[in-house]
Design a protein around this ligand. Structure first.
Ligand SMILES: Nc1ncnc2c1ncn2[C@@H]1O[C@H](COP(=O)(O)OP(=O)(O)O)[C@@H](O)[C@H]1O
Ligand SMILES: C[C@@](O)(CCOP(=O)(O)OP(=O)(O)O)CC(=O)O
Length: 462
């Protein structure tokens, strides 16, 4: 591989909102409905810029919108087909290591996969990460009036995440950029179905490794494929993979990534957004985070299988009804108009929320707690709002709404959410604070190539 032949590449991947199927999706018997969002994480990769006479053999990764966000890695081929070992380098003897496990793991897995396909040395490179504003609620400032990306001027640990799935979008865009840069198009083509499948499998493997757990993987699936109906892969798929550096890691990673053992189901055609409707997400400020919600719900389900199975079954059919009504509205010309047109969808939202509240009450987990019930009811009563739910695992921190895509509907909604106050004392003592509308909406497109020019001002100033 000659470094002369390597051309800068850029890729972006979307964030997500998990609209239906939280908890159910952990079990392969059930599915989830996930929307990709128009908030993206971009990754650009190019040959490393070296001061004349100095040859660096490093891969440098920067996230220039944040303070102290640069990571330098050395890398080498290990023995016994253990793949490429990546070692973070210290900027100076005195500086402490500022780790980014998602970047380090995605780099290890991507370089190992590349090394399993070609035996030529991997040249150094420089990688930049740029994220859209909606991932963080910190106010940012543009570098120039036409700047798409903002300078947040905080460190990453100080950034306040809005929960759109930044690590999954990052790992997906990062892996895609690295593969597109080092591999010729006839070996890895992001625009082909095969390329997307390799990217999905490799990103799932490294995202799970970085998180230290095998989740349902819906966030990587939507980062690669965009909005979809999702059935998870069997968690056992990843359990026999050796650790990076262990004998035969490279060969086994390649076999896993390219193999047909993946039983994941990603149905893009089953999720559509009807013309004239859109999603809106609201971020809710709340003092309380509820750790262990997933663990508690699963434990309750194990102890109450009959009741839980009924709720899970009913929610699954409610979620399927939601997806098919969206598709029907998007594809059929029903002739209905106005509120009547969306009456069935409204009913589906109400029925599904009732089941989610039952799940909450029975398991004792605040999935749709009363504070969120009040907020969702008030938003759903706004003229033009079809309905809403707590996304993902639920809790106090966000809601997602489906509404008519008209400026006056958003304005009426804004009046309700701005200055929102929960009425009466809450039993659990949790007070929800400011509610804000996030600047995002659904986007059906997953990972995609980008023009390298849009990052110039950020890369030049890094
Ligand atoms: N813009 C970014 N640049 C570099 N790393 C990022 C960026 N955004 C997110 N990350 C990485 O992803 C982690 C957040 O992931 P996680 O806690 O799973 O949140 P999320 O729910 O947003 O995926 C951060 O700690 C950081 O390691
Ligand atoms: C409960 C779940 O089914 C859904 C969680 O959805 P969220 O969207 O809340 O998740 P994170 O982005 O991982 O914070 C657990 C899972 O599938 O991982």
């Amino acid at each position: 591989m000659s470094s002369l032949a390597l051309q800068p590449q850029a890729v972006s991947a979307p964030g997500k909102v998990f609209a239906a199927g939280g908890y159910l999706v952990l079990d392969r018997k059930y599915t989830a409905l996930v929307f990709g969002l128009d908030a993206r994480i971009h990754v650009e990769i190019e040959p490393i810029r070296t001061k004349s006479g100095v040859t660096l053999s490093e891969i440098i990764v920067r996230s220039p919108q944040f303070r102290d966000a640069a990571w330098e890695y050395g890398y080498r081929l290990t023995e016994r087909h253990g793949g490429i070992a990546v070692t973070q380098l210290r900027a100076s003897h005195t500086s402490s290591l500022n780790k980014n496990p998602f970047i380090e793991t995605a780099l290890t897995y991507a370089l190992t996969y590349i090394s399993s396909l070609q035996s030529t040395p991997i040249p150094p490179s420089s990688i930049s990460i740029l994220a859209d504003q909606a991932y963080y609620s910190n106010p940012g400032t543009p570098l120039s009036p036409s700047s798409r990306f903002l300078n947040f001027d905080v460190t990453l640990p100080d950034a306040h995440k809005t929960g759109l799935g930044s690590s999954a979008a990052l790992v997906t865009a990062f892996t895609a950029a690295v593969l597109s840069y080092y591999l010729p198009r006839d070996v890895f083509d992001l625009d082909s179905e095969k390329g997307k499948s390799v990217l999905h499998n490799l990103s799932q493997a490294s995202h799970c490794a970085a998180q230290g757990k095998v989740g349902s993987g819906f966030d990587i699936a939507s980062a690669v494929h965009g909005s979809c109906l999702y059935r998870r892969f069997s968690p056992s798929l990843l359990s026999s993979l050796p650790a990076p550096g262990a004998a035969s890691f490279a060969a086994q990673l390649r076999a896993l990534v390219e193999g047909d053992s993946w039983d994941v189901e990603i149905a893009k055609a089953k999720v559509k957004m009807p013309r004239g409707l859109r999603l809106v997400m609201c971020d809710v400020d709340c003092g309380s985070q509820t750790p262990g919600m997933v663990r508690t719900v699963l434990k309750w389900r194990e102890q109450n299988p009959e009741l839980a199975d009924r709720i899970w079954r009913e929610l699954q059919s409610g979620n399927e009804a939601f997806a098919s009504e969206l598709t029907r509205l998007a594809t059929e010309n029903s002739g209905e108009a106005g509120a009547e047109k969306f009456a069935k969808l409204k009913g589906i939202f109400e029925a599904n929320r009732k089941l989610i509240r039952e799940m909450s009450k029975e398991s004792g987990v605040p999935i749709e707690p009363p504070q969120q019930t009040q907020l969702l009811d008030a938003c759903s009563a706004v003229n033009g709002v079809v309905g809403g739910v707590v996304p993902g695992a639920g809790g106090y921190d966000a809601i997602v709404l489906l509404l008519e895509d008209k400026e006056e509907v958003i304005e009426d909604l804004r009046k309700v959410v701005e200055g929102w106050k929960v009425h009466g004392e809450s039993e659990d003592g949790v007070t929800i604070g400011k509610v804000g509308i996030l600047g995002v909406r659904e986007d059906m497109i997953g990972v995609r190539r980008e023009h390298v020019d849009i990052y110039r001002e950020w890369i030049a100033s890094a």
